[in-house]
Write a protein that binds this ligand. Structure first.
Ligand code: PMP
Length: 436
């Protein structure tokens, strides 16, 4: 059989990049596919195959591919220059727009990725409190910063007792003192989490939480859990940080609007770049002052060659203006439709599966019950292999989706794309039924 273009590209890629890529996310067996172009809800690969895109560059393309307004705005900016050693008005305009979206965003700074946004949030918390430790939820993904990535690869052999989840390194060679400075708490388990926090009371700078964590099955943090963390941090002089790198899409103000607790700092990223690399740290003015160098050395100096570059600022500002209250509402009702239709497909296929998610996100689980935390969401190698087989069927059926069977909607979608997705899901469920 003749080699496909994608297979050929992967051979070339492996010769020049470890694993044949710059981000492991693109890898697929037996080889990745390569995009030729994207348009609205669809991606065309180099083989000429069209797929509906529910990956949207892992939740970063809120308007799908090549939205005409973003293309036009960025095109104009490109002609005027892409990055400067001096400031631009575009940055200020975008900062004004972002801070106007949520009362807890009194000040903002832009960086280049979600990883950087989380890193800057944690460093700001340390600088503000003068304390070394951070607390995070077991298994939650927050990017690559040493402290933030801890415990993400915890598995039955190393995850520790439920009342004392281990601080597990992801990268070999992570210094022990990093692990010692990360306090791991179980998701949605108020009693155990508070006991662990209490034991580290005087040393904790902050508690970091994603309100709808991807690696924990896209199940929402409970109202009680978030409220307890807010109360605990307030009482003990620590900061509460929400990682809304993905979830900011959930309401006009972000997923935090669903809760009756507000954070001190919010880490932003993905969709606020309008399709370009971005991160943001938004928070209370008195906390964000740790980055202010105007009155003497800043407790937390923050630099970045490409931070707030005018291309990202222009694309982000255009995208966020388009993502107004009405657009959010429409997208979330498409999300409701997606989850309902997937639920119906599961019933029709008569398989032990379920769907979770909220707003414009969904996750398909190949188990009758949704997980309650990281330990239930953890997949054995056999279960993981079955999931990737299922995702392979979705892919062959014309659907792009994140490899965890998680989908992120874009405003380029209509009911048609949602309905088409559900019928591909039904076919894929039927194919794997004998193995469930
Ligand atoms: N936080 C969350 C919740 C994320 O999902 C991600 C990326 N998937 C990050 C942080 C890191 O963002 P980036 O890949 O832009 O560094």
């Amino acid at each position: 059989m003749a080699m496909t273009r994608s297979a050929g590209l992967f051979e070339r890629a492996k010769a020049v990049m470890p694993g044949g890529c710059s981000r492991n996310t693109i890898l697929r067996k037996p080889y990745p596919i390569y995009a030729e172009r994207g348009e609205g809800s669809y991606v065309y690969d180099v083989e000429g195959v069209r797929r509906i895109d529910f990956g949207n560059n892992v939740a970063s393309l809120i308007h799908g591919h090549a939205h005409p307004a973003i293309v036009a705005a960025v095109g104009e900016q490109l002609r005027n220059g892409t990055a400067f050693t001096v400031g631009t008005e575009t940055e200020i305009e975008y900062a004004e727009l972002i801070t106007s979206r949520n009362p807890s965003f009194e000040r903002v700074r832009f960086v280049n990725s979600g990883t950087e946004a989380v890193m800057a949030s944690l460093k700001a918390a340390r600088a503000f409190t003068g304390r070394p430790k951070i607390a995070k939820v077991e298994g939650a993904y927050h990017g690559l910063y040493d402290y933030a990535e801890t415990s993400q690869t915890a598995k039955p052999g190393n995850w520790g007792q439920p009342d004392r989840p281990s601080s597990v390194a992801v990268a070999r060679g992570t210094p022990q003192n990093v692990l010692d400075d990360v306090v791991v708490i179980p998701f949605n388990d108020v009693e155990r989490a508070l006991a662990i926090l209490d034991a580290n009371r005087d040393q904790l700078a902050c508690v970091l939480i994603d309100l709808l964590p991807h690696r924990i099955g896209v199940i929402p943090a409970s109202q009680a859990f978030v409220r307890a963390l807010r109360r605990w941090t307030e009482k003990n002089g620590a900061l509460l940080i929400f990682d809304e790198v993905i979830t900011f899409r959930s309401t006009f103000e972000g997923a935090q609007q669903w809760y009756d607790a507000q954070p001190d700092i919010t880490a932003l990223g993905k969709m606020i770049g309008g399709g370009f690399p971005v991160g943001g740290i938004a928070g209370r003015a008195h906390v964000m002052e740790v980055m202010n160098p105007l009155n003497g050395p800043a407790p937390f100096p923050l630099y970045g060659t490409f931070s707030a570059n005018p291309v990202t600022m222009t694309a982000g500002r255009t995208a966020m203006k388009l993502y107004d209250r009405q657009a959010v509402e429409r997208l979330n009702s498409l999300g409701d439709r997606a989850r309902t239709l997937i639920g119906e497909a599961i019933k029709v296929a008569d398989v032990p599966a379920c769907v979770t998610g909220r707003g414009s996100m969904f996750r398909i689980h190949l188990s009758a019950d949704a997980p309650e935390g990281y330990r239930q969401a953890y997949l054995s190698p056999e279960k993981a292999a079955l999931l990737s087989r299922f995702v392979g069927h979705l892919f062959d059926g014309g659907l792009l989706i994140v490899e965890t069977a998680t989908g992120f909607l874009s405003t380029a979608m209509s009911e048609q794309e949602i309905d088409d997705m559900a019928s591909v899901v039904l076919k894929a469920l039927r194919k794997i039924k004998p193995y469930l």
